[in-house]
Design a protein around this ligand. Structure first.
Ligand SMILES: [Zn+2]
Ligand SMILES: [Zn+2]
Length: 371
């Protein structure tokens, strides 16, 4: 299923020659017909507290598409003058600002969905730094990891362990850390049942593995036999195929979970039906965690208030993971417990990779671009 990386960073670590320009995936026009092209751009100069990274891999995340489509109820890429999306970068330090301490040339480093946070506010102190009012979203507010050389503030750059290659580390920066964070926030216990809708997708398939590593029992919901095979291989105890017209998804979940329902439903799919059915799959006191982002105005999460009152259920949302969730995720990968599944593309094929993701042509896999 998984494609082994063909080129790690180890052979490149000592090569720190820095060109004046590099390749980058640049958005030519935004909106429903957005155009992404690969161009030469200037290699940025690190400020006093920054690292200059040469990225060897970037994930292509569905959020990148939302940013280029400009279909989310939030500020837009074009408002910030940002040309390159991407927020799942993995690479190596090639240059450092004069004030940087604790890093050295050749260190492996990762770029997350937040490029920078203030580290000096209540949200930052409370491990909710991705909600910091001064957070800078990578590939939205500043140029992101679709660029070969990127500047990253040293204090908020993630360290990648030696045992974790760049193609594994990349998707952990967003998909993996997102699932780690929300599984933690849900405060579920080992042995609890959880449902992941979209379990065979880019975020969901990481969630299955992380939840298993945390000792939870996972029911995967997705469509088709390929997804079933994948989900069961990754550790789901049961799989429900929403695409099978003879299957009643809610009934199947209840049957698997002792007739009581799950302790948590993690909705990584952005479809209205995934959100509609979630409350019905919960046991008393269960939690819905919203993760997948539907286009603005297309979906409502929730149910009749009586459902919440009579069954003590709750609903919350969770954004990407912060520094700690990312590091914990990298540790799981280091121990061989989390392995992203991806397909590799060269940086010249970045527009093709993005289009494939948009058309859903490589169902259920995380797409990767080598930069
Ligand atoms: Zn992402
Ligand atoms: Zn802050």
């Amino acid at each position: 299923m998984s494609t082994k990386p063909t080129s790690g960073v180890s052979s490149d670590v000592n090569d720190i020659s820095i060109p004046s320009t590099c390749k980058a995936g640049c958005v030519e026009s935004f909106g429903p017909d957005f155009q992404l092209v690969v161009k030469q751009v200037a290699v940025p100069e690190p400020g006093p507290d920054d690292l200059l990274l040469r990225l060897n891999a970037t994930g292509v995340c569905y959020s990148d598409l939302h940013y280029m489509l400009e279909d989310l109820p939030m500020p837009k890429m074009s408002d910030f003058g940002t040309r390159s999306p991407g927020h799942e970068g993995a690479g190596v330090v090639v240059k450092m600002g004069s004030g940087v301490k604790g890093w050295k040339i050749g260190d492996r480093a990762g770029v997350k969905p937040m490029m920078e946070v203030c580290l000096n506010c209540e949200r930052c102190w409370d491990r909710k730094e991705t909600y910091c009012s001064k957070a800078v979203s990578t590939g939205l507010m500043v140029n992101g990891t679709y660029q070969q050389y990127l500047v990253s503030p040293a204090r908020y750059t993630s360290r990648i362990p030696d045992e974790v290659d760049d193609f594994t580390a990349g998707p952990l920066m967003c998909s993996g850390s997102t699932m780690y964070q929300c599984l933690q926030e849900a405060r579920l216990k080992p042995g609890n049942w959880i449902v992941i809708t979209g379990a065979g997708g880019g975020v969901g398939h990481m969630g299955v593995q992380i939840a298993r590593a945390m000792g939870m029992r996972v029911v995967g919901i997705d469509g088709g036999e390929a997804k079933r095979t994948l989900c069961m291989q990754l550790g789901c105890e049961s799989f429900v195929d929403f695409a099978d017209p003879t299957t009643n998804v809610v009934d199947e979940v209840l049957k698997t979970t002792d007739g009581e329902g799950a302790h948590g439903v993690f909705v990584t799919a952005g479809s209205p039906s995934a959100y509609q059915s979630a409350p019905k799959m919960l046991r008393i006191g269960g939690k819905i965690i919203c993760i997948g982002l539907p286009p603005a105005g297309s979906t409502i999460a929730g149910a009749d208030p009586a459902e919440f009152v009579l069954r003590n259920i709750s609903i919350t949302g969770s954004m990407v993971g912060g520094m700690l969730a990312t590091q914990r995720c990298l540790e799981l990968a280091q121990r061989g417990l989390v392995k992203p599944i991806y397909e590799k593309f060269s940086i010249d094929q970045l527009p093709e990779a993005v289009n494939k993701l948009r058309r859903g042509q490589i169902a259920g896999r995380k797409r990767y671009s080598r930069t």
